[in-house]
Design a protein around this ligand. Structure first.
Ligand code: UDP
Length: 322
């Protein structure tokens, strides 16, 4: 019998954990075909742990790379060094990376230097603007150049890869794994209204969920978004606004300075995925700059206003759902 293929999977941030959970589960269900190692870079420490524990993922290696105020160059450097040590010692048959984070690009480069095949999940997304999102658009393009196999979520993403000259024989359209993650959770969600909404907005007929923390929004754009939310909260006192605020201090500073101490605005700690998904399902409207949230909301047909100038995920808006 042929030996099982060793597939190593790198995960750096919360969305990577959520979107790779169904892939890890599917690979682990075929132990005769695949041996899986999960490598956490810990780019987002606490929020990543939340997602790992929800999906029962136990990383085989944790590089603990999160440092407060760390530059992108330092993060890239640390990821390449840490992963090179693991990859050269274990020589997996393939390294799987997901999405567009610095972890994805740095891990792909480390594997490429060692002649290890890279499979890129969520390949082919393009905003066609290197400054938006920054540095994610560059991370995605660079990873496509380094990857051996491209797992594109949609036909549109595949078409963009083909247009850039990538071999069509190495592109597989898989669908979006975030939908698999949501489907996997659906049994445990039940039909009762979100307990958090019951607690914070028991009588509100209309509720708005906000997430905003994208790097290119830091500073002025995030200040403008928060000022707009403050105006809305004042104009619509009966509407309850819920904003789980990212752990990044550059985000928290701006959000709390503008939106703290308002009766109908609740600034929350990042929520575990179950709790957050129930909110996604049950609120009236979502305002977000998150790529993942933009993809998840249409599953529940909750309307989304995308707080960005351009997006690499136009599918929902093309269908009139965002
Ligand atoms: N999310 C979560 N708790 C929260 C906010 C978001 O579990 O408090 C989930 C959300 O459902 C989505 C993912 O985190 O799956 C999005 O992560 P993030 O906004 O950090 O990244 P992006 O989608 O912009 O890459």
């Amino acid at each position: 019998m042929p030996e099982a293929l060793h597939v190593a999977i790198t995960i750096g941030t919360r969305p990577e954990a959520i979107k790779m959970a169904p892939v890890i589960k599917a690979l682990a269900a075929q132990p005769e075909a695949f041996r899986v190692s999960v490598l956490s870079t810990g780019q987002h420490r606490e929020m990543l742990s939340q997602a790992f524990s929800l999906f029962s993922i136990v990383p085989d290696v944790d590089l603990h790379l999160m440092m407060p105020g760390q530059s992108l160059a330092a993060l890239t450097q640390g990821t390449i060094a840490g992963l090179t040590e693991f990859l050269s010692g274990h020589r997996p048959d393939m390294l799987l990376v997901q999405g567009d984070t610095t972890t994805v690009f740095a891990a792909s480069l480390a594997a490429f230097y060692l002649g290890i095949n890279v499979g890129h999940v969520e390949a082919g997304l393009r905003s066609h603007d290197m400054a938006n999102p920054f540095p994610e658009e560059a991370n995605r393009r660079l990873t496509s150049i380094l990857a051996t196999l491209h797992f594109a979520p949609t036909a549109r993403a595949r078409a963009d890869l083909v247009r850039e000259g990538h071999d069509p024989g190495r592109i597989v359209v898989t669908g979006n794994t975030v939908v698999d993650a949501l489907v996997g959770l659906s049994d445990s969600l039940g039909s009762a209204r979100s307990p958090l909404l019951e607690q914070l907005a028991p009588d509100a007929a209309q509720t708005v969920l906000i997430t905003s923390h994208r790097r290119e929004s830091w500073g002025e754009a995030l200040g403008d978004i928060c000022a707009a939310v403050a105006d809305l909260a004042e104009a619509f006192p009966d509407v309850v606004f819920l904003y789980p605020v990212h752990r990044n201090p550059r985000v928290r500073e701006v959000v709390f300075a503008t939106l703290a101490d308002r009766a109908n605005v609740h600034l929350l700690a990042p929520l575990d995925y179950n709790t957050f998904v129930l909110l996604l399902r049950d609120v009236t409207l979502i305002l977000t700059d998150s790529g993942g949230v933009q993809e998840e909301a249409p599953t529940f047909r909750t309307p989304v206003l995308v707080l960005r100038r351009v997006t690499e995920r136009p599918e929902a808006s093309c269908l009139g759902m965002a």
